[in-house]
Design a protein around this ligand. Structure first.
Ligand SMILES: Nc1ncnc2c1ncn2[C@@H]1O[C@H](COP(=O)(O)OP(=O)(O)OP(=O)(O)O)[C@@H](O)[C@H]1O
Ligand SMILES: [Mg+2]
Length: 321
């Protein structure tokens, strides 16, 4: 399959900071690449280079087969961008903002109006459509900004943390809009701090840290890489933890972990549901009362933590310094 987005050896430094330290990426046509990484990893810098907003110090990039450095104007006509910071015009209404984008891209007025109406509906902005954008709440602006990026249905889209600041209902609504776009053939590069979002939307994930791609694969590959399944048991009272650890140890393929305050014991296993059944019988045979038991697989959060040493949503500004 042809790559709709391709980057080779991108380097960008700001003073002492190597924001991009040799980034290679390729996104096959019609697929979604999720770019994951802690704050400051270089995600937005990569998006800015790929969308012609920033010149790299070294490396090459193509969007829809067009060289980003040599033909930035052509690249811009083939892509849509929604940045991390909203770019709406405060002194226009929501509807005017969207129609203006359509007209900038030379849509016929009638089509621009129809597209604006459709997007205002999809993003739950129909009621507020004729109010000035400066009266919108943060989440409403965010949605308007996203809608603006979708006016022209470009073949390649870049979304930099599109759902940050959206409530769960609007996040779901946006996911649906994105899924529809991808079904219709759009290629998408998406950065996100929400691993659930990457899990749901991305065909492929690139984990970025310190300006480099440190892992690449689909969510399941990445999960498999950090280890397999585990049995998680919550015993009924703390006094039972010692006995439960003794009972579980023979089933483990690695180190057990115990969380005293939640009375949760986690043990890595191999063999899935069969082991789970054995463990239940074992605990029952020893009269160890349990509140909960289950078979767990690593989440994408675990993968992120394992690969980068940061938890995804905890690394707010200042905390990772
Ligand atoms: N214009 C700039 N001038 C100086 N330093 C910059 C500039 N833009 C980015 N940086 C630095 O480059 C590094 C990467 O920043 P970038 O914005 O790409 O990170 P990010 O992965 O998007 O982070 P976040 O998750 O917080 O959005 C950071 O150390 C940042 O401080
Ligand atoms: Mg960013």
């Amino acid at each position: 399959m042809r790559a709709a987005i391709r980057a080779e050896g991108l380097v960008k430094t700001f003073g002492d900071v190597r924001a991009l330290d040799g980034v290679d990426l390729d996104v096959p046509e019609g697929t979604v690449l999720g770019l994951l990484g802690p704050n400051g990893a270089g995600k937005s810098t990569a998006v800015r280079v790929l969308t012609t907003l920033l010149r790299p110090d070294a490396g090459r990039a193509q969007v829809a087969g067009v060289d980003v450095l040599r033909h930035p104007g052509r690249v811009r006509s083939l892509m849509g961008l929604c940045g991390q910071y909203a770019a709406v015009d405060e002194y226009l209404t929501g509807r005017e903002n969207l129609q203006m984008v359509g007209e900038l891209y030379q849509m016929r007025t009638r089509d621009a109006k129809a597209r604006a109406r459709e997007l205002l509906e999809s993003f739950d902005l129909a009621e507020a459509a004729d109010r000035l954008a400066k009266t919108y709440s943060g989440g409403m602006r965010r949605r308007l900004d996203l809608a603006a990026a979708l006016v022209v249905r470009p073949p390649v889209m870049f979304l930099d943390e599109p759902t940050t600041g959206l409530d769960p209902r609007n996040r779901l609504a946006l996911w649906k809009v994105i899924e529809t776009l991808v079904t219709e053939g759009t290629t998408l590069l998406l950065t996100t701090q929400y691993l659930e979002e990457a899990d749901r939307l991305a065909h492929d994930i690139a984990v970025v840290d310190h300006g480099r791609v440190i892992a690449r694969g689909c969510a399941d590959d990445l999960k498999a890489r950090i280890g397999g399944e585990r049995v998680e048991v919550v015993v009924h009272e703390r006094e039972l933890i010692g006995a439960a650890v003794a009972a579980l140890t023979p089933y483990g393929t690695g180190r057990l972990s115990v969380e005293q305050h939640t009375r949760r014991i986690t043990v890595p296993v191999r063999g899935g549901a069969r082991v789970l059944a054995d463990v239940i019988r074992e605990l029952d045979g020893r009269d160890i009362l349990i509140d909960d038991i289950g078979l767990g697989r690593p989440t994408l959060d675990d993968v992120f933590l394992f690969l980068t040493g940061h938890a995804a949503e905890e690394t707010g500004p200042g905390k990772d310094a």
